[in-house]
Design a protein around this ligand. Structure first.
Ligand SMILES: Nc1ncnc2c1ncn2[C@@H]1O[C@H](COP(=O)(O)OP(=O)(O)OP(=O)(O)O)[C@@H](O)[C@H]1O
Length: 219
């Protein structure tokens, strides 16, 4: 694969874990790229290596071999929120901040002039404005998940990496969230990588990459 400068990419990435005496080969030479402005669905059964790949792209885990390229960052773990925004599988909201403040903090870190109004607009886009003043443990898991998406949406990052971003949403809400992401990010030129099992995600993707047992079998 030839990596272009503005492309988020993993090239021939290998990653194993030790589980007792057993060696688990989570990734076995995976190459993936996400170009600016495109939406890529990363599919694969449970345990196929999706989260491991996302974690390597985010710099949260180190590949055993192969490389990861994040445009504009010396290393993946040095990329700021405005370069690569994340919707983690477990959302990663701060328990002691309201939903509005969780989103506003991301806007502030990305240098927004008016983080408060920007946060409220992002929450409204995800139909959460009536919950802006609640704490994360006072809302449902699906509402927490949409807050984590709002926190990414507020920033207009160069890239978004999201792990099962519709896993807690019904079909109608999944469609609304994906349509909103596409609209906002197409205008911003954001490249999006969505690990998912959800047919709604596939329907909204420009391209599908399928993992099986730590290898790319499609895409
Ligand atoms: N920290 C770890 N220690 C040991 N094994 C791990 C660890 N993390 C992941 N694995 C194993 O690596 C393989 C890939 O896991 P990964 O979480 O990347 O899969 P996934 O496709 O994201 O699954 P899911 O859809 O269930 O989230 C699995 O066999 C998993 O059990």
């Amino acid at each position: 694969m030839t990596t272009t400068t503005g492309t988020l990419s993993a090239t021939d990435v290998h990653k194993s874990y030790r589980r007792g005496r057993e060696q688990v080969h989570a990734l076995r030479g995976v190459s993936v790229e996400v170009r600016p402005g495109e939406v890529v669905a990363l599919l694969g059964r449970s345990g196929s290596g999706k989260t491991t790949l996302l974690n390597c792209l985010l710099g949260w885990e180190q590949p055993d071999a192969g490389s990861v390229h994040v445009p504009g960052a010396a290393r993946p773990d040095a990329a700021g929120w405005a370069t690569v925004a994340v919707v983690p599988q477990r959302f990663g909201l701060l328990d002691e901040l309201t939903l509005a403040d969780n989103v506003a903090m991301a806007a502030r870190l990305a240098g927004a002039a008016e983080p408060g109004p920007a946060a409220l607009a992002a929450l409204a886009a995800l139909r959460l404005e009536h919950l802006a003043g609640r704490m994360p443990d006072e809302v449902s898991l699906g509402e927490q998940q949409r807050t984590a998406i709002a926190r990414a949406l507020v920033v207009r990052p160069a890239f978004l990496i999201a792990d099962e971003p519709t896993g807690r949403l019904d079909e109608e809400l999944s469609t609304h969230v994906l349509t909103t992401l596409r609209e906002v990010y197409a205008a911003a030129g954001t490249g999006v990588l969505l690990a998912s099992h959800d047919p709604v995600v596939v329907a909204n993707a420009d391209r599908v990459v399928r993992l099986s047992d730590g290898q790319v079998i499609e895409g």
